[in-house]
Write a protein of this length. Structure first.
Length: 339
């Protein structure tokens, strides 16, 4: 079913080359907009018509147009008149920055300005600024990105074009893994729990995993394990609001032991449970449990064997007490693609 014209929210993103239009498009994508980069202005009405007829629930459309379009860009004002005649409401976001900031961004990216292929970057910037004066005057929102960081840039766009946008909670992924299989590539935080007493050396526990209650009980009966888990949870609870305030959408926390079967699984499960109880959105993955099975003799060669020559973990840690005797220490806006 075709959508009603009044339901469409159309934003035209334009402005100076190098002022941050690529980053702006990413923000609009995160806000649920369907985005198209470098669309010739003459196709706006046709594209909007196709968007209206599409069998889609999307009602928000963002189109990036700038001087890269060459002679096609000159037809923008005519296309805007056609939108007015069709009754399609639109807003114009104009991005700019001072000459110094734009020159710096072009030098850092080593890209040529669209209007200075054979000359100086500064000459192209000045020519473009002059040509865009009229369009800037018609903009609903002008953002100067000269000294703006990405966090505040996103805030400016969201407040203007999606004030109804609700805070999306940070998604926390807790991953258990074995160091012998490698650290997860997407981990933001990595914690090594190989210092904890190891169920691998306990008869009857070796062939189980940290998902089994007996293994969980064994790992957490030691004071050092409980104290570490408490301190780790305290650290993560402290960090989460700061990561969220910076606009981070996902946080991957990796907990590693030697094989990824016992200790890391127990700590990951308990950390995830505590985070969920605090109303966080939490995903959990035990990466290496299906890797090659729990009865892995290679772990014997790689693992930290009992330091005192004994076969029982009681030689290494005490299940009671406070555990104090155990040492537990262990981007900016710029020229990209457009501009």
């Amino acid at each position: 079913m075709a959508q009603d014209v009044s339901e469409i929210r159309l934003v035209i993103i334009t402005g100076m080359s190098g002022a941050g239009k690529t980053e702006a498009m990413r923000v609009f994508e995160d806000l649920g907009y369907f985005c198209v980069d470098n669309l010739p202005p003459s196709l706006i009405t046709k594209f909007a018509d196709l968007f209206l007829k599409a069998e889609s629930r999307r009602r928000h459309l963002a189109l990036v147009m700038d001087i890269r379009g060459g002679e096609f860009f000159d037809s923008l004002f005519g296309s805007l008149e056609q939108l007015d005649e069709a009754g399609i409401t639109y807003q114009i976001l104009f991005l700019e920055a001072d000459d110094q900031a734009l020159v710096r961004r072009y030098k850092e990216s080593r890209r040529n300005h669209p209007l200075s292929r054979q000359g100086r970057v500064l000459d192209g910037i000045r020519e473009e600024r002059q040509r865009l004066q009229e369009l800037r005057g018609r903009a609903n929102k002008v953002i100067d990105t000269s000294g703006l960081d990405i966090k505040n840039f996103r805030h400016e766009i969201t407040q203007t074009f999606a004030p109804e946008h609700r805070y999306v909670p940070l998604i926390v992924s807790v991953i258990s893994f074995g160091f012998k299989h490698g650290i997860p590539l997407d981990a933001d935080l990595v914690f090594d729990v190989r210092f904890l007493p190891n169920p691998h050396y306990v008869e009857g526990l070796r062939d189980l995993t940290g998902n089994d209650e007996t293994v969980d009980d064994y790992v957490l009966k030691w004071a050092v394990s409980r104290k570490f888990l408490d301190k780790l949870a305290e650290l993560i609870h402290f960090l989460l609001p700061y990561y969220a305030a910076e606009g981070k959408a996902q946080l991957a926390i990796a907990i590693g032991c030697t094989g990824g079967q016992h200790r890391s699984v127990v700590i990951a499960n308990n950390l995830a449970e505590g985070l969920r109880n605090a109303n966080n959105t939490v995903l959990i993955e035990h990466r290496d449990i299906p890797y090659d099975g729990v009865n892995d003799e290679e772990e014997d060669a790689l693992e930290d064997r009992p330091a005192h020559g004994g076969s029982d973990e009681e030689d290494r840690a005490e299940p009671d007490g406070d555990g104090d005797d155990t040492d537990v220490g262990n981007r900016g806006l710029g020229v990209e693609g457009e501009a």
